[in-house]
Design a protein around this ligand. Structure first.
Ligand code: BES
Ligand code: MN
Ligand code: MN
Length: 464
């Protein structure tokens, strides 16, 4: 392990340059116009696996974007880690808000800027560099490692569950290791043990069969934008609780122990709000900010459109109004259940003057992971080795639906050892990743692979 750590230090500048090459490919999975770029990113990644000595890497086509699979099997007696990550990225829009072009990565003051620097190319790439460090400096990996790097995460991972189902044997492992989450703060190592799920829908209300003159018709023809705004407005009550009947039926309540854990985190609410330009927060009544953003379900309109949105004024009574609405879920809500409940809400409340079109865009299950396992202990020790302090165990408000799929299909728990920060602006303009965290992440993974080998070794000896 020491030699691998030294190798990573010595080659750090090269690692950054190689990451930049991957970042230059605009692998935007949601935009069909970039399908060829997504494929190019997959090819480059597979080539890079081969270059570092994980020689059997392949680009596996799916009905959507390809999956990059690679493995290095050292010894069947040793434990096996399945590394998951994604090489696709979010669209860079709005482009005019970037200080430097999103796909021309640059380092400023020790921070790497560009789309995907943190989510997830930068974090995923740390796993390749950790493997390279072992292979180049020590000749072999400490344990067996398999890699599933997908190209559709930002677009709902539509073809990943099918791939996992179809490759149960090939993906056999002891644990999943993922770097696609946040740390509590810079220098404060963290392991995420909870993720929220997601239900994402689109609704359209259609009234008249064309846009009308608002003077000739306004007053007797009901306006779809007015109606849609009323329906969306009514989705929350004054306590910021979601009003959809049954929405909270399956929400696992927070235990007193968990609330205590949240309270123990060094959280500065004012600073947190100020960082996004807000002075007052708004949570569901009875819950703190940290609880509300990670352990409670939510509903948010993500976009709304209809009528005239160009310059100046146009007196028009629109034919249609649409909105995209997402709900973050917690265990034990399911995306199917919640999607049906919001569908029923819109069906019930669509005015008789209009027609409703309802589309289920995608969903994913939330999860809570047992923090008492050899892999969690190994991750905690690895992080302590790098940061000189024990990690916090945190629940995140984001979603990585495949974590529940790994559990349900393969029976595997995941260790979410992430190095992002809330302030990294993932999905936003000027996404960035501190190079200190890129370096610390690589070192943490190098340590994890070695420590996990020992932990499993001792625990099976103890059981024997
Ligand atoms: N890496 C994020 C999820 C994340 C971010 C988890 C920060 C924890 C902390 C992931 O790429 C992502 O953006 N997921 C989507 C869900 C997906 C189904 C589109 C999300 O959370 O919106
Ligand atoms: Mn991600
Ligand atoms: Mn993302």
């Amino acid at each position: 392990m020491e030699k691998a750590l030294a190798y990573a230090e010595a080659h750090f500048e090269d690692f950054v340059e190689e990451l930049k090459e991957l970042l230059r490919i605009p692998s935007i999975s949601t935009d069909p116009a970039h399908a060829e770029d997504v494929r190019r990113a997959a090819e480059r990644l597979a080539d890079h696996f081969k270059k570092i000595g994980v020689t059997n890497a392949e680009v596996i086509p799916t009905e959507g974007h390809p999956i990059v699979y690679a493995e290095r099997l050292v010894d069947p007696e040793l434990p096996t880690v399945l590394v998951y990550g994604h090489y696709d990225v979010q669209p860079p829009d709005p482009l005019e808000l970037w200080d430097s072009p999103p796909f021309e990565p640059v380092v400023k003051d020790g921070v790497l800027y560009g789309r995907g620097t943190c989510d997830d190319k930068g974090q995923m790439f740390m796993h390749l560099k950790a493997a390279e460090a072992y292979l180049a400096a020590e000749g072999e990996l400490p344990i067996n490692v398999k890699y599933v790097i997908e190209g559709e995460e930002e677009n709902g991972s539509k073809h990943l569950p099918g791939f996992i189902e179809a490759n149960r044997d090939r993906l056999r492992a002891d644990v999943v290791l993922i770097s696609d989450t946040d740390m509590f703060a810079d220098g404060v190592p963290s392991i995420t043990y909870g993720l929220r799920g997601l239900a994402y829908v689109e609704v359209t209300l259609t009234g008249p069969d064309r846009d009308l003159h608002s003077g000739m018709y306004g007053g007797a023809i009901e306006n779809p934008i007015n109606a849609l705004c009323r329906l969306i407005g009514n989705l929350h009550d004054d306590d910021h609780r979601v009003t959809i009947p049954g929405f909270y039926d399956n929400v696992a309540p927070l235990t007193e122990e968990e609330r205590e854990t949240f309270r123990a985190l060094p959280f500065d609410e004012k600073a947190w709000a100020a960082e996004v330009g807000v002075t007052v927060t708004k949570t569901e009544a009875g819950y703190t900010v940290l609880e509300a953003v990670s352990a409670r379900p939510t509903l948010d309109a993500n976009g709304i459109w209809g009528g005239y949105t160009g310059k100046g004024a146009k007196t028009v009574l629109p034919s249609k109004a649409s909105a995209k609405i997402s709900m973050r879920l917690v265990p034990d809500q399911t995306p199917e259940e919640i999607t049906e409940k919001i569908r029923a809400y819109f069906e019930l409340h669509t005015p008789p003057t209009m027609k409703l079109t309802f589309t289920d865009l995608h969903g994913g299950h939330g999860i809570l992971i047992d923090t008492h396992s050899p892999a969690m202990e190994a991750a905690a020790k690895a992080l302590e080795g790098v940061y000189g302090r024990k990690p916090f165990f945190i629940r995140s408000g984001g979603s990585i639906p495949v974590v529940a799929d790994f559990k349900n299909i393969l029976g595997l728990d995941s260790v979410l050892m992430g190095f992002g920060l809330d302030s990294d602006a993932i999905h936003s303009p000027n996404e960035h990743f501190g190079l200190n965290r890129f370096r610390e992440g690589i070192a943490s993974i190098i340590r994890f692979l070695e420590i996990y080998r020992e932990t499993v070794h001792t625990s099976s000896e103890a059981a024997a």
